[in-house]
Design a protein around this ligand. Structure first.
Ligand code: TNX
Length: 518
């Protein structure tokens, strides 16, 4: 009997001495900021601890092995620990599993995933590689903040709360747009933007490649577009362009992050850089001067000339060959000096050229007047009536309502950088709107997503990009991914406050909104 009593005392002692340590290691799930918030989160009993003996099981598919490698590389950078990866799948203890299962019918969407972390293992399962990638982004957010660091943190305990997550996106199109025409941004900047946005499950990057102030993509059959047209930028700042090899590199880097690049060649307006490069593209045959101001709506390609369509054919042929995605964006906005008749004729021809090269058309809502097909994507930005006319023709709609999504709008009238023509957009206003109620009477199935454009008239470098995009873009990512019933401003704000530490570790020059102060 005495023996039992001393056993019990020893056991009690062990329990008491262990408990505080355990709870300290396994923080509750609420202390990990999941953004965008997953659509189903259930807390499980005990969490998982990654240590030097943890084994990664990547399965036999090349795709799941690639995702496992992305994880183990990131983990090694942040922890200094190299984990063993095996190609089989065995439900061993102390293991992390990346499971690609195309027949996993319980996962409702190609980008959806299932994630379960318990004492013995973590399982991330999806039907496609994109789904696994999305699950991996959530997995990172379940780990301590230092997982995003590029320097080794030997003291961090790599603990993950116990949780079961079933997740899938609300919208298939979750986009950001970067205007590289008003100011040019080198390949490294675009890559950093890709890396940052991918971590919030954004899956499209629309590049506004041409405008009055600059032509930014090499077109081999029309070399003066870049020899002349790329040399200017707003304010007389330095221009630049991507060679086709550099552009391919951007497209490949985006693909690695499960992002599709959507290239835009804006037309028939916003074309001064092309009109300055080739006199023949002007109706009067005279080259325009390069333009470094900020006005819009003063330029147009010559709709009546045959050479205009030869030019378009060459540009779209070369661009299509560089494009992995299905869509080419034709712009079509603010063509104020093109007559309505000319505009419609021009866009009818331009759309046929895009089709000829096997791509579909995306355009600002203005293009609907030319007649569009149900494969067209219309991007709503300023006039709901016009966008609705596009929807009536069967087009899909991407929402970029300027007062909510334009990242180039100032946060307040006093913040530096940005414009105010659509108002000022503090972080709460950028988050508090419902994509389903922007265009009344348009069937919900036709609303395929949202996109956050960053026009760069006032944006001169990567720090300025980050200042305007973060944190507003993070909120947009949640609107694009998370169903309305699973998100509230209060919950989001709390998570965003905690999330700031990751932005700091990654040196993101975000706007420190007063709303983020305790
Ligand atoms: C409107 S949005 C534009 C751009 C400007 C932007 C500035 C759209 C389709 N056109 O040309 O850069 O405003 O916010």
């Amino acid at each position: 009997m005495k023996k039992y009593v001393s056993y019990i005392i020893i056991l009690l002692y062990i329990c008491i001495s262990c408990t505080p340590e355990k709870t300290a290691i396994f923080v509750p799930i609420t202390e990990r900021s999941l953004i965008p918030y997953p659509n189903e989160v259930v807390t499980a009993e005990q969490g998982f601890l990654i240590d030097a003996n943890t084994t990664i099981y990547a399965g036999t598919s090349f795709d799941s092995q690639a995702i496992a490698l992305q994880f183990s590389d990131r983990f090694t950078k942040a922890s200094g620990i190299t984990l063993v990866t095996k190609k089989e799948s065995q439900l061993a203890k102390n293991s992390i599993h990346f499971v690609l299962d195309p027949t996993a019918n319980e996962i409702s969407d190609d980008e959806g995933y299932f994630l379960k972390s318990t004492k013995d293992r973590v399982i991330i399962r999806a039907k496609t590689m994109s789904g696994l990638f999305m699950g991996l982004q959530t997995f990172y957010q379940l780990l301590p903040d230092e997982i995003v660091s590029d320097t080794i943190h030997p003291k961090v305990v790599w603990a993950i709360p116990g949780v079961i997550i079933n997740d899938a996106p609300q919208y298939a199109y979750r986009g950001a747009m970067l205007d590289v025409a008003r100011h040019f941004f080198p390949v490294e900047d675009v890559k950093r933007y890709i890396e940052l946005i991918a971590s919030y499950k954004i899956n499209k990057l629309h590049l506004h490649l041409t405008d009055d102030q600059g032509w930014r993509i090499e077109i081999k059959s029309w070399p003066k577009l870049t020899e002349i047209g790329s040399t200017s930028a707003v304010g007389g700042d330095q221009g630049g362009f991507y060679t086709q090899a550099q552009y391919r590199d951007i497209v490949a880097y985006a693909k690695l992050h499960h992002i599709t690049i959507i290239p835009e060649i804006d037309m028939p307006g916003h074309t001064n850089a092309a009109l300055a490069s080739y006199p023949a593209l002007n109706c009067d045959g005279e080259a325009r001067s390069l333009y470094t101001g900020m006005k819009v709506g003063f330029s147009t390609l010559c709709v009546d000339k045959e050479i205009t369509y030869q030019f378009l054919d060459d540009v779209i042929r070369e661009l299509s060959a560089l494009t992995l995605g299905d869509y080419i964006h034709l712009g079509g906005d603010e063509s104020h000096v093109t007559s309505k008749e000319d505009y419609n004729l021009f866009l009818t021809k331009a759309q046929a050229i895009v089709k000829k090269y096997g791509k579909n058309v995306m355009g600002w809502e203005d293009i609907q007047s030319a007649g569009i097909s149900d494969e067209t994507i219309i991007q709503h930005w300023t006039n709901p009536e016009i966008a609705r006319l596009g929807a009536k023709q069967g087009a899909s709609i991407v929402l970029s309502p300027a007062p909510k999504t334009y990242l180039d709008m100032k946060y307040t009238k006093d913040t530096k950088i940005g414009l105010t023509w659509a108002g000022v957009t503090p972080i709460d206003s950028a988050y508090m709107w419902n994509p389903q109620s922007i265009l009344k009477d348009v069937p919900t199935s036709q609303i395929i997503g949202i996109e956050s454009p960053l026009w760069t008239e006032t944006v001169v470098d990567m720090n300025a990009i980050e200042y305007l995009a973060f944190p507003r873009l993070i909120g947009h990512a949640e609107l694009g991914w998370t169903q309305e019933e699973n998100r509230t401003w209060d919950s989001y704000l709390q998570r965003l406050k905690n999330h700031q530490n990751r932005l700091k570790i990654k040196n993101v020059h975000y706007y420190p909104s007063p709303l983020l102060e305790e």
